[in-house]
Design a protein around this ligand. Structure first.
Ligand SMILES: C[S@@+](CC[C@H](N)C(=O)[O-])C[C@H]1O[C@@H](n2cnc3c(N)ncnc32)[C@H](O)[C@@H]1O
Length: 288
C-alpha cells in the first residue's frame, strides 16, 4: 500500500466520524510516518508503506473513530509555537488560552524580569509560553493533579526551562504564600455540571473532568478565591490574567472592582462572550 492508497482508505473510514476527516487522516498518517509536515505526504504519494507503518496508522484511525482527539493520539499539541507533550492525563491546550497570553504579552516589556504564578498549570502550556515571551521571567506553577504537575515538569524539561519555574502539587483552596508576584495567571475549571453534560464525547471521554468543571452555581469560585485571598500576593500595578467562562464576566468584574482592580483588556469571542481578561491591581483595599 502506498501513501495515496492509505489516505484514500482512511478517508472512507473516518468520513462520517469527524467533520475534519481529511485533515485528521493526513495528520495521523504524517505522524505515523514521523514526517514533520503533512504536506510531505503529497510530495510522496507513490511511496510504499511498511507493514509496521500501516499497522500504526490504521490503529490511530481506529482510535479516532472512537472519538479520541487527534492530539491525544499524537500525544502533542502546538501552543504558542511550542510543541506541548500531552501524553499525560491533562487538558489539551486550547487556542483561547493563547489569546490570554497575547493580552499579557502586550503589557510588559519582553525583557522585563517578571515573576509569575500559574494556577492550575495542567500541561504547563501557560508557564512555558510566559518563559518564552519574557526571556528574563521566572515563576511558580501548581495544580491539584499529580499528572498535571508531572506534565508541566516534563514540558519544562523538554524545553530546558526547568530551572526557571518551581512546580508543585497543591489545592488552590489550601494554597498560602507570603510571596508577591507581578502576574497571577489562571485558566481554572469554569464549566457548570449542566454545561459539561452537553460537551462532545471526545472531551468527556478523553479529558479530565476536574480540569473543566467548577461545580458551583455560576462556576466562578476559583476566580472569587484568587481575587479575595491572593490579591495580597500581587504587587501594586501587578496583573491578574484569567480565562473565564460564558456569562461570568459581569460578576467577576464586580468582584475585581470591589477589591482594588481595574479591567485593562478583554477578549470577546464571535458569540460576544468574554473569554479572557486582564485586570490591574491599582489599590490595596476591599470594599465591604
Ligand atoms: C482548564 S485546566 C487548565 C490547564 C492549563 N493551564 C491550560 O490552560 O491548558 C484547569 C486546571 O486546574 C486544575 N485544578 C482543578 N482544581 C484545582 C484546584 N482546586 N487547585 C489547583 N488546581 C486545580 C486542573 O487539574 C487543571 O489542570
Amino acid at each position: 500500500m502506498n501513501i495515496y492508497q492509505a489516505l484514500k482508505n482512511s478517508y472512507l473510514l473516518l468520513n462520517n466520524k469527524s467533520k475534519t476527516y481529511k485533515l485528521d487522516c493526513e495528520i495521523l498518517l504524517a505522524n505515523s510516518l514521523k514526517l514533520n509536515n503533512r504536506l510531505d505526504l503529497f510530495l510522496n504519494l507513490e511511496k510504499k508503506l511498511t507493514k509496521k507503518e500501516i499497522n500504526i496508522f490504521f490503529h490511530s484511525i481506529k482510535e479516532r473513530q472512537n472519538f479520541k482527539p487527534i492530539s491525544k493520539i499524537t500525544k502533542k499539541k502546538e501552543f504558542w509555537n511550542i510543541q506541548i507533550d500531552v501524553s499525560k492525563k491533562v487538558l489539551i491546550p486550547r487556542p483561547e488560552t493563547e489569546v490570554l497570553l497575547d493580552l499579557v504579552s502586550k503589557v510588559y516589556n519582553k525583557k522585563s524580569n517578571i515573576e509569575f504564578l500559574d494556577i492550575g498549570c495542567g500541561s504547563g502550556c501557560i508557564a512555558l509560553s510566559l518563559l518564552n515571551i519574557f526571556i528574563n521571567s521566572k515563576g511558580e506553577a501548581f495544580d491539584i493533579s499529580r499528572e498535571a504537575v508531572a506534565s508541566t515538569n516534563l514540558n519544562l524539561k523538554k524545553n530546558n526551562k526547568s530551572n526557571r519555574v518551581k512546580v508543585f502539587q497543591r489545592d488552590l483552596f489550601k494554597f498560602k504564600t507570603n510571596k508577591k508576584y507581578d502576574l497571577i495567571i489562571s485558566n481554572p475549571p469554569y464549566l457548570k455540571s449542566s454545561d459539561y453534560i452537553n460537551l462532545e464525547p471526545s472531551i468527556k471521554i478523553f479529558e479530565p473532568k476536574k480540569a473543566l468543571v467548577s461545580d458551583t452555581k455560576y462556576g466562578i469560585e476559583f476566580y472569587n478565591h484568587i481575587i479575595i485571598h491572593l490579591k495580597k500576593n500581587l504587587k501594586i500595578n501587578g496583573y491578574l490574567a484569567f480565562e473565564i467562562g460564558n456569562n461570568q464576566f459581569i460578576k467577576i468584574q464586580k468582584l475585581l472592582s470591589q477589591n482594588g482592580f481595574v479591567v485593562k483588556s478583554k477578549f470577546k469571542l464571535i458569540n460576544n462572550q468574554i473569554r479572557c481578561l486582564l485586570a490591574k491591581k491599582i489599590k490595596n483595599y476591599t470594599l465591604q
